[in-house]
Design a protein around this ligand. Structure first.
Ligand code: DLL
Length: 434
């Protein structure tokens, strides 16, 4: 059964197709206001930028310092907020790998802007008002559930607030309610597809709005085949607002950045110098309209490129590529730089390999070992697994430029997403190191 086509729509046609000179004038005006706001209401930031003159062009932004996740931690919980507590309408937070979460705040106006951004994302992805959206992102401090929820409501889309987890119940609700659209992490989309089995091919689902974790084109293909949906990539981060900073349209030709609210820059990960369009570097985002927690040059750590070429659908806002990795996700194995996304991509080129895999890095003495555990139904005989392992080995070795240890596991035995983000990389090298 073939995938159904979806057509891009607009939530705010005028803004989404605004001529660039007009858009850039609006950005500059809003940037100046944001900087004014920081000077007036966030002492930590005011002090940092006290000697820097207000920008008179968008390029003047490059003289301002970056804001890092560490700054949020150092000012935990509310030290970077630009409003009084009483003006806050909502708090969200993302759990870091260690210690305290990163906390972000919203005024009522901020929430409205956020929802409008997500509404644009959903309409752009081809979801129509009146459709039903099964929302499988976690509700709570994580921005995914409530962000998609508010956006769907703002776009007139009927949202089923399922949240993550309890896969049996999710399957039942998809079957009984017949939603046209679903949103969840890509790894959870795979879990659902696997559990739906053949029923996925005749399910009501047409579009999946997937994000919150990195995924490759090869993974997209696997999800589209298995879940029988058009898989759309949505990006965002709590520090900047949450999901809806950018999203692919139904044309799936880059993620359109909601540029009237977020100003993107791509910079060199080492020097911080701004890079030209088309080059891959760290995405740095400046919020242009947020009141409670404005961010100036936030260093996302996410690697991608951007283009300012207009889209065929008429959108004029810049588009970013999918995230190719994070600077801190990069594994240096025996001196060679390897991104988990390179591994995933190469792996999924091999027939008979399921998209479920795990990457394990260990060190013995000074020697790093990269082990890739893959799942396959080809575990019937030793010869079959040996052949498969050597095919994969060949594929990965030539893609990565280093040797890789392959182990084949029976179908269904490697970790699955149970609703949220799934990390497929286990770097055991620094464990226990003092
Ligand atoms: O993950 C917001 C979100 C919710 C986005 C639902 C999309 C859908 P955080 O928990 O703060 O916020 O994590 C943000 O997740 O810096 C990226 O490293 C990663 N990330 C988010 N979306 C994508 C994506 C939400 N589409 C961090 N592709 C970001 C790759 C993504 N990585």
């Amino acid at each position: 059964m073939g995938m159904t086509e979806v057509t891009t729509g607009f939530h705010d046609h005028e803004v989404e197709t605004m001529p660039r000179p007009k858009l850039e004038a609006l950005q500059l005006e809003r940037l100046q206001a944001t900087i004014g706001r920081l000077r007036a209401h966030v002492p930590v930031m005011a002090e940092r930028i006290t000697d820097i003159a207000d920008p008179v062009s968008l390029d003047d932004l490059t003289v301002f310092p970056f804001l890092h996740k560490k700054d949020l931690r150092d000012n935990y919980p509310f030290g970077l907020f630009a409003v009084e507590r009483s003006e806050l309408a909502r708090i969200h937070a993302s759990s870091g790998t260690t210690g305290k979460p990163t906390v972000v705040g919203y005024t009522a106006d901020d929430l409205e802007i956020w929802h409008a951004c997500v509404a644009r994302a959903l309409r752009g992805a081809g979801i129509e008002p009146g459709w039903m959206l099964h929302n499988g992102y976690g509700y709570g401090l994580f921005t995914g559930g409530m962000g998609l929820h508010g956006g769907a409501e703002a776009a007139g889309i009927n949202v089923v607030p399922v949240s993550g987890g309890n896969t049996d119940r999710q399957l039942m609700l998809i079957e009984d309610f017949a939603p046209e659209a679903i949103c969840c992490t890509p790894s959870y989309a795979l879990t659902l597809a696997e559990r739906l089995g053949d029923a996925a091919q005749s399910s009501s689902l047409r579009v999946g709005i997937l994000g919150a974790e990195p995924w490759t084109e090869a993974m997209r293909k696997a999800i589209e085949e298995r879940l029988n949906v058009v898989a759309i990539n949505i990006y965002g981060l709590s520090e900047v607002i949450g999901p809806g900073v950018s999203c692919e349209t139904a044309d799936r030709d880059g993620l359109v950045i909601m540029e009237d609210h977020f100003l993107p820059e791509i910079v060199d990960s080492e020097t911080g110098e701004r890079l030209p369009d088309g080059e891959v570097g760290v995405l740095v985002l400046t919020s242009l309209t947020k009141q409670a927690f404005p961010v100036l040059r936030y260093w996302t750590g996410d690697l991608c490129s951007i283009t300012r070429e207009p889209s065929p659908c008429g959108r004029t806002h810049a588009r970013m590529s999918s995230i190719v990795g994070r600077a801190d996700d990069m594994l240096v194995i025996r001196g060679v730089n390897v991104y988990p996304s390179n591994i995933e991509h190469a792996l999924l080129q091999v027939d008979g390999v399921s998209p479920h895999h795990q990457i394990i890095v260990t060190r013995q003495g000074t020697l790093d070992t990269l082990e890739v555990q893959v799942e396959s139904s080809v575990t019937d005989t030793d010869t079959d697994t040996d052949t498969l392992a050597s095919t994969i080995n060949h594929q990965l070795t030539s893609a990565l430029g280093i040797s890789v240890k392959i182990s084949i596991h029976a179908d269904g035995t490697l970790p699955r997403s149970e609703g949220g983000k799934l990390s497929r990389t286990l770097d055991q090298r620094d464990l226990g190191s003092a």
